[in-house]
Design a protein around this ligand. Structure first.
Ligand SMILES: [Zn+2]
Length: 555
């Protein structure tokens, strides 16, 4: 079915906005044949129980890869990886076994810790056994080493073989505004749990424990408990994770962290306050931790699916549309016994939108630059598929113009606005504003920058290597019901369906909002593959320097 009349009306009134200069002269794309049927059908199929929640390395993966290849082929794309539709992504599943008791020695009243309730950990190292023995506990504040900000919580510290205790988020997360040393209320990458472990590994720590705290973490202890108690999927690298992860990494509950500090004669609140100050000095907690576990490891080859619409005149210049196809597979059951995390919103919608875009772009015919459609694996386990592609790009990153990532499209109905995660970071915003104006919609910044969404989906794998990426979707200002309705819908999703068995396909969804968003993704992609422009990061942005290093290859 073609797009609805209201969208057609929107499409035909596209106006032209300011710079970049040559983008101004490009006429808005002809109304594409965005198929709502395809969008619905592929979303429904991918999120059906038959796909078992699309966990990497499972039958769910096999079915998903087969469906995507078939749909990309039917849409008229070419295989995107040197004649193949797939890029193999080596992963290894690590499952802790035979967990020992956890002992803390030293201190006045060393806390008793039980795994799963008070503390959780695993390893991303491919080793048969992890043995942490009498490892001194060192509180390192936010555990940040940011030379460009003159901040180093590890300054003058030797934590080799020790266990570092770290705060989540970054030192100024509690600020109202966004103008603190670490962007105020907005979380920087330094605030992400992945960064904490990466830095602890660089410092040589044997283990790293993050103190869970609901507000700065932006999710409850229950999310940590369910995410960390079982197997972990990590990249299968020749180093087996050495250098990128300590032997063990995990979380400790806030209550137990309080007891640990009290046992050291310290007040956790006072130490949290001290950690926010420049020049913070790490603290030896005068106690040692011991625990061990065996692991079973299962190596698996998961797959990114890649299709291409080759460009006519500048085929080596590439524009990306991306979405992750994977989800959690089987997960802790709901009260009704349903244990399949179907991942309808997250991210069957984004993957189906990728197919819908491929169809429409192919129907509209090739343009000057190439369009690559990238469905990546392993996002739920830490952006594994997109990180693997960006580290092993089929199309060189320096000649990758930019891209648009889609993750969990909103099914709340048409919104007057879109929420741009990372608004203002790059010149791609100009392309978005241009497309929005043809829909008479507006863009807003992320209402919850403290949640660090910018670092939690696949565009980040490209952004951190300098490729400008857009990540946005329908906002909360719904045409039907306004911001209140939008906020309610978002809260309902987060509370009742996000990463749970009830994120299921709903035949009563109002698709008008998602279709309007897909139209924006289409328009921006279409203009980017026509222009000779190379949009860059905004001056001063954290990724601008790395992009400028390869400027010569874009001359
Ligand atoms: Zn997702």
């Amino acid at each position: 079915m073609r797009i609805t009349s209201s969208l057609l009306a929107i499409a035909l009134t596209g106006t032209i906005l300011a710079s970049p200069a040559h983008a101004r002269t490009i006429a808005p794309a002809q109304a594409p044949s965005l198929s709502l049927d395809t969008f619905k059908k592929v979303t429904e199929e991918l999120s059906s129980d038959a796909f078992e929640g699309r966990a990497p390395g499972t039958i769910g993966e096999e079915k998903t890869i087969a469906l995507l290849q078939q749909e990309f082929q039917k849409a008229g794309l070419k295989p995107g990886n040197n004649g193949s539709w797939v890029q193999a992504v080596p992963l290894v599943e690590i499952t802790p076994q035979n967990l020992s008791a956890i002992t803390i020695t030293g201190g006045k009243t060393p806390p008793a810790l039980s795994f799963g309730q008070d503390i959780v950990y695993n390893t991303s190292r491919v080793l048969p056994r992890i043995d942490i023995k009498d490892s001194p506990l060192i509180f390192v504040g936010y555990g940040i080493n940011a030379p460009e900000k003159g901040w180093n919580d590890y300054a003058g510290l030797d934590v080799k073989g020790k266990t570092v205790v770290i705060l989540i988020n970054d030192p100024d997360y509690a600020m109202e505004g966004l103008d603190g040393p670490f962007n105020g209320r907005a979380m920087t990458y330094y605030g992400r749990w992945t960064y904490k472990y990466e830095e602890a590994a660089r410092q040589g720590a044997a283990a790293a424990l993050i103190i869970h705290d609901t507000v700065p973490a932006a999710y409850g202890w229950n999310v940590v408990q369910s995410g960390w108690g079982s197997s972990q999927l990590v990249a299968d690298t020749p180093e087996g994770g050495a250098g990128t992860a300590p032997l063990a990494n995990g979380w400790i509950s806030l209550d137990k962290a309080r007891e640990l500090f009290a046992s050291a004669g310290q007040d956790l609140n006072a130490q949290m306050a001290a950690a926010k100050q420049p020049g913070f000095k790490a603290l030896d907690l005068g106690q040692k931790i011991s625990f061990s576990f065996d692991t079973t490891t299962k190596k698996t080859l998961s797959h990114n699916v890649i299709g291409i619409l080759p460009g006519k005149t500048r085929p080596d210049e590439v524009v990306l549309h991306s979405a992750h196809w994977d989800h959690l597979g089987r997960c802790p059951a709901a009260p009704d016994g349903d244990d399949i995390c179907n991942g309808a919103i997250d991210n069957a919608t984004g993957t189906a939108a990728l197919v819908t875009l491929a169809q429409a772009h192919a129907k509209a015919g090739p343009t000057d630059r190439s369009l690559v459609f990238l469905a990546v694996t392993g996002e739920e386990s830490g952006l594994l598929g997109s990180d693997y592609y960006a580290a092993n790009p089929v199309y060189p990153l320096e000649k990758t113009v930019g891209g648009i990532n889609m993750d969990a499209l909103s099914m709340g109905g048409l919104a007057r606005n879109v929420t741009v995660i990372g608004k203002g970071k790059s010149q791609l915003d100009t392309y978005l504003e241009r497309a929005l104006s043809s829909q008479k919609r507006a863009s807003d910044t992320d209402p919850s920058p403290e949640k660090g969404y910018y670092y939690r989906s696949d565009h980040f794998s490209f952004a951190k290597r300098g490729v400008p990426m857009l990540y946005f979707e329908g906002g909360q200002d719904l045409v039907k019901g306004g911001v209140e309705a939008g906020r309610k819908a978002a809260e309902d999703y987060t509370a009742n369906r996000y990463h749970g068995p009830k994120d299921e396909y709903n035949p009563n969804w109002d698709w008008s909002g998602a279709m309007a968003d897909v139209r924006l993704y289409y328009d921006i992609g279409r203009v980017l593959v026509t222009t000779t422009d190379w949009p860059n990061w905004t001056e001063g942005d954290e990724f601008r320097a790395i992009r400028d290093q390869s400027a010569a290859s874009r001359k």
